[in-house]
Design a protein around this ligand. Sequence first.
Ligand code: SF4
Length: 134
Amino acid sequence: MVNQIKTICGYCGTGCGLIVEVENNIINKIRGDKEAPVNKGQTCVKGAFAFEYVHSKNRLTTPLIRKQGVLVESSWEEALTLIGENLQKIKEKWMPNAISMFACARSTNESNYITQKFMRAVIGSNNIDGCNRT
Ligand code: SF4
């Protein structure tokens, strides 16, 4: 059974409406949503065709930590603990503005909101950027 799911393209800030056709949890096709006021059924090449990464076998499925020059698979707990410790060290030694964060256009608005909240409220830095502002 093919499910047709309405969503908003996350590749850029235009916010085109999309219909994603999903079968057995696999995206088969994406087309523009004719009812979306922003794009009225049109999309650019990214919105319509750049979804193969979703099911790519090359996607990382576990964190990697560089140990003695080699990337080694780790648990999320180990990776997040290491990140937290290192952010704390940088913040103490170089001040919060030494830290910046680059948000991802493929993330949801909610994820990007949390990103800026984390940077401003926890880190204390306004150094946030992302490729989804274009
Ligand atoms: S990347 Fe293309 S399809 Fe997606 S929102 Fe931007 S213009 Fe629309």
